[in-house]
Structures are given as C-alpha cells and as structure tokens.
Write a protein that binds this ligand. Structure first.
Ligand code: AMP
Ligand code: MG
Length: 343
C-alpha cells in the first residue's frame, strides 16, 4: 500500500528556516517511502498547483518501476533474468552509458555490474551476511562493466557473459531526483528542496535570494541527527555516499553497502563519506560512489578531472578534504573534524 506523509520535517529545511530572518517555510512538502529503497521528500517554497508534486512523484515512480533491481517487472530485473533487454527505454540506456563513462574514468571502482555481488551480500536486504570467499570469487568472475553492452540504435542491452547482473542502486536515485527537479522547473517552480535519502537537489535559491544551506550529516554511526558542517549552494545536486548509510554487523565487524568491484568486499579506502556537488544529480551520485571506493587521493583526482564537479571527502581520521570550488561554500560546525589543505 502507498504510504504518504504530507508534513515531513527535514533537517536541511530546518537549517534553512532557523538560521536567518526567514521569509517563509515551505509552502508544501510531500514525503514518500515507496521508491528506490529510500525516503523521498520534496519541499516546495513557491505557490504551485498540488498536481506539481503529484507529477514529480509520478516521474520518480516511473524511474523506480523501470530501474529498481527489486521490482520484478523492471527493465533491470528483466535484463538480469534474461541477460538481454530489448526495447530499452532511452533514459535507461543513457544512464547505463553514464555509468560506463564513470566506470572508465574510475578504473572500474564504479561498476553497475556488481549485481551478483550486491545480491550475495544483501546489505540492506533481509539476509545480510558475509559470503563464503569461494562465492565472492565466483561473483567477481561475472562482474565487469566491459561485458555490458548498451546500444542506443537498437535499444538493446546485453551481457557478454552468462550469469551477470546489473544494479543501478548507485545512480538511479540521482537520476530520479534530476527527473523530479526537471518537472518542477518546467512547471515554473523556482525554489524547492528535494531530498532523496541524502541525495539533495537544491533547486534555485532560498526564497529571500540567499543560497540554500544544507547540513552535511556527521558520517558516524549513531549520529544520524547530527551535522558536521553546512554547505551553501544554489541550483546544485549535493550527493553523499557514506559507510553509515547501510551496513550490518557480524562478529563485531561492520560491513557497509559500497563494494569494491575489484575485491568483492566493502570498500576499505579510509573514508567515512564523500559528498559530490554538481548540476546533475545522477552524475553526482555515480561520482560519489566511485570516489568512496577510490579513496581520498584518487577520488580527488577524479573529481578534479571533471568540469563543474566539486567534492568533500571525510576520512576515518576525521580529516576533511574540500576541492577548491567549495572552500567558501563550506563551513565546519563540528570541531572533532579538521579541514586540511587539499593534497
Ligand atoms: P551509493 O549509496 O549511491 O553510494 O550506492 C551504493 C549502492 O550501489 C549499493 O547499495 C549497491 O546497490 C550499489 N553499489 C555498491 N557498490 C557499487 C560500486 N562499486 N559501483 C556501483 N554500484 C555499487
Ligand atoms: Mg551513488
């Protein structure tokens, strides 16, 4: 059944409303729990017909229906069952293509063909577990973006190897957010905040003309409600990949949901989280996952190689690395963390 909470309260909205002589709070908020495995909330700061929010959520539902690996009738589930997908929708093809470009740029740290691995670990699912090493080795044998062919001309997607599986979990939320933002803009909305389970899209600016102020969550387990800094942005996607987002514990050890496609185990690159800021939320989503796997040095290199993309890396030592374009936009609030000059 569809659950709907009409009046949700977001930390980021509170930040926006509390820290200045606010002209107004949001005019309307809609929160949904049914899509892409996360809580999705859109706050409008303009008067707009109620149908605008409905239209935005219809677009999210459509992305979920076509791209969720957990939806038996989705294009991705169908590809994983048959090893082939005909009549692929243009945006699924485009997203797979975007995924491939980030895979290539990151040397395979980002790889949507981790589907067999993510299925084995089932982190965030009903039976999370540390798989037997032999199973991980087998899964690695059917992981590799180079064995996934997407052809826009024939609208087909196919795996070159048997037994492969795709998982768009690291990019589809970002894409759904882009779609929702597009629909709001087309309807004339100028001020809105979209929160797709930590994937933020700050549309336009705050109604008084100042930037949106977004609280960056403290990336420590058990500190869900805390934020360690504030980022001021206009018209930007702000997407975080963090070890705290989905994890389980076994024998006193914590295992999180971002896997290193080279080892088959949760990435262990010394990072607690990576936040990527750019105009395109799908791209920010893919790059934040890629950077989390790559670690600080390689991740910073990747971000800097991409035009219009900025990032904030937080290490296990609580050091914060910020790319040049964000230095004035970020302000540290939690003094346990330390901003260090970027290498
Ligand atoms: P995110 O939270 O955006 O960093 O994405 C993590 C999700 O993407 C996981 O829950 C998996 O479904 C999937 N995933 C895990 N590791 C990778 C990876 N290295 N490349 C692409 N997708 C991944
Ligand atoms: Mg991601």
């Amino acid at each position: 059944m569809k659950k709907k909470i009409v009046a949700g309260v977001l930390m980021l909205v509170l930040l926006s409303a509390c820290n200045r002589a606010a002209p107004s709070g949001p005019v309307a908020i809609q929160t949904e729990l049914n899509y892409l495995g996360t809580v999705i909330s859109i706050s409008l700061y303009d008067e707009a017909p109620a149908s605008v929010l409905e239209d935005a959520f219809d677009a999210v539902a459509d992305v979920h229906a076509r791209m969720s690996v957990h939806e038996a009738s989705s294009e991705i589930a169908s590809l994983n069952r048959d090893g082939f997908l005909g009549n692929a929708s243009p945006d699924t093809l485009a997203l797979i293509e975007m995924g491939r470009s980030v895979s290539e740029a990151s040397g395979g740290a980002f790889d949507i063909t981790v589907g067999v691995l993510t299925g084995l670990w089932d982190i965030g699912g009903e039976h999370p577990n540390v798989p037997e090493p032999a199973k991980i080795v087998r899964a690695l044998g059917v992981t590799g973006y180079k064995h996934l062919d997407a052809d826009a001309a024939s609208a087909t997607v196919r795996f070159a190897e048997q037994g492969m599986a795709a998982d768009l979990g690291a990019i589809a939320k970002g894409y759904a957010c882009d779609e929702a933002a597009r629909i709001l803009r087309e309807a004339g909305v100028q001020h809105a905040m979209l929160d797709f389970g930590g994937n933020i899209y700050a549309l336009g600016e705050y109604p008084d003309g100042s930037p949106w102020r977004i609280g960056l969550r403290t990336p420590l387990i058990g500190e869900e409600a805390a934020y360690m800094g504030i980022l001021s942005v206009r018209d930007k996607a702000v997407v975080t990949s963090g070890a705290y987002e989905r994890f389980f514990e076994q024998d006193g050890k914590t295992y999180h949901h971002i896997l290193d496609p080279h080892s088959g185990y949760p990435a262990d690159s010394g990072l607690l989280s990576v936040t990527v800021v750019c105009e395109n939320s799908a791209m920010a989503d893919a790059l934040s996952t890629a950077c989390f796997v790559l670690g600080t040095q390689e991740g910073l290199k990747l971000i800097r190689s991409w035009d219009g993309v900025e990032g904030i890396f937080i290490t296990e030592e609580k050091e914060v690395f910020i790319t040049d374009g964000l230095h004035t936009a970020f302000s540290l609030k939690d003094q346990r963390f330390k901003v260090v000059s970027t290498p």
